[in-house]
Design a protein around this ligand. Structure first.
Ligand code: EPZ
Length: 428
């Protein structure tokens, strides 16, 4: 089993380059299924969610060629409507974009229900609502979602809530539908804009992405293109928070500062100093980091994917703070791990209360999920002494080369391999 070991207590100093956005690369990779041609995708992060997605696409006949560490040629000319690998699909959340892509290309789809971080129910009723509005007859049984139709037809859809996944899935399905689709109450995240830009580069006619009304004029065919994925705003935000939590000073490059505005504003409120450049931010902790309160909201509000990292930071700020998680009913499993490190933290309903100011102490902890994992890494960076983190595959799902990036900032961090418990039993 692999673990990450951190000897904390040292401020982070230096420069780090951010990788491509996981949550933009996933919909764009599956959207390639709509394209009868070759797409060259650049700035793809080297993380397991992406490699699983390429395996899923290969399973339906796509040709995937790695041109360099972050550039891939995806050719879906000869993909067939067939059932993709159920066990692979359930490993990640983003696999559900295959539904919209196959429905858009073939008028039908049958895909296993997605997996992803365990935050409670995570229904896909809005995706289903959208597929049915586009003329799809959907059934969900035996662990699969199946869509049948005479072909996707444009429609007006008003989502019940802001859903990143549903907005992307319907935008993908509607790109080659017959007629015009208008999505209202659409999510506005930057990765939705990126996917719309990718599809338009392939010849789609999508307008309004980034606002809450997206208009898609269906086109007959899409052609191949070359497209560079936007930087990962959550990876960038995670390093910004780590810089402040360790009382360091870090320049974070290959970012779009506009995407980080809610995070920068919150850190400045706490006393951090943030200098913005065209494609970088320089974050310095400054003298006195103050407590604050956070409420997670759909973009451009404070991202839910930054909630656990903020809790780790607020443990280092004197006084009582809270994080109000308004998006997911249960992304609080990381709290128990911070408690093991001495954090004075508790959950009441959907609000995490933190009594900050007492230094955290090392302890064996686990990554409970992707962002919970980076949160315990940040906590361990602030705690003097050796912290061991297990279940690190959950961190590597979404952070490209995280250990090397942290080492380059002066962190005493390494990855080790220890025999699995069962190996020890067998050895005795
Ligand atoms: C995407 O998840 C991201 N995942 C999540 O990032 C992110 O936290 C989330 O968007 C919000 O920004 C990917 O992009 C792969 P939603 P998604 O649909 O699409 C409810 C990470 O750490 N809802 O915007 O699943 C849902 O339960 C991951 O990178 C319905 O009720 O999020 C949630 O409460 C974690 N019905 C809220 O809406 C639906 O049909 C927002 O979910 C869909 C969603």
């Amino acid at each position: 089993m692999e673990k990450i070991v951190i000897n904390g207590g040292t401020p982070l100093f230096g420069q780090v380059e951010i990788s491509g956005s996981k949550n933009a690369a996933l919909p764009i990779i599956y959207a390639c299924v709509l394209v009868k041609g070759k797409c060259i995708l650049e700035n793809i992060p080297a993380i397991s969610d992406i490699s699983f997605s390429f395996e899923i696409l290969k399973g339906i006949g796509a040709k995937i060629k790695m041109l360099d560490r972050t550039t891939y040629e995806v050719d879906c000319t000869n993909v067939e409507p067939c059932i993709s690998d159920y066990d692979l699909v359930r490993k990640i959340r983003g696999s559900y974009y295959l539904l919209g892509a196959e429905f858009g290309r073939f008028g039908k789809a049958k895909v296993g229900l997605p997996g992803g971080c365990n935050f409670g129910v995570r229904p896909i009723d809005q995706h289903i609502k959208g597929f049915e509005a586009l003329g799809g007859k959907t059934t969900t049984e035996g662990g699969y979602v199946e869509i049948t139709s005479e072909g996707a037809v444009g429609a007006n859809i008003f989502f019940d809530m802001s859903s990143v996944g549903a907005t992307l899935n319907i935008m993908i399905a509607a790109a080659t539908a017959d007629g015009v689709t208008v999505i209202e109450n659409a999510a506005r995240e930057p990765h939705i804009v990126d996917c719309a830009n990718f599809l338009n580069t392939c010849g789609a006619r999508i307008s309004g992405a980034g606002s809450d009304v997206i208009k898609i004029k269906g086109v007959k065919e899409l052609h191949g293109c070359t497209y560079a994925i936007i930087p990962d705003m959550i990876e960038a935000g995670s390093f910004m928070v780590a810089a402040v939590a360790t009382r360091g000073s870090v320049k974070i490059t290959n970012v779009i500062p506009k995407h980080l505005e809610s995070i920068s504003a919150k850190l400045e409120e706490m006393g951090a100093i943030i200098e913005e450049f065209d494609d970088a931010v320089h974050v310095t902790a400054g003298g006195n980091i103050k407590k604050t309160n956070v409420k997670t909201l759909p973009y451009p509000g404070f991202p839910t994917d930054m909630h656990p990292q903020m809790s780790a930071l607020l443990c280092t700020a004197e006084g009582t703070s809270y994080v109000n998680e308004s998006i997911f009913e249960n992304r609080f499993r990381y709290v128990e791990e911070l408690k093991r490190m001495g954090a004075k933290i508790k959950v009441d309903g959907r609000i995490v209360y933190i009594e900050g100011g007492t230094p955290l102490t090392p302890a064996p902890v686990i990554a409970t999920d992707l962002r919970g994992g980076i949160a315990v890494m940040i906590a361990a960076l602030t705690a003097k002494g050796r912290t061991e983190i297990s279940e690190i595959k959950l961190i590597e799902r979404g952070y490209d080369n995280i250990v090397a990036k942290m080492q380059a900032l002066g962190a005493d961090v390494k990855k080790i391999t220890v025999p699995d418990a069962v190996d020890i039993e067998q050895a005795n």
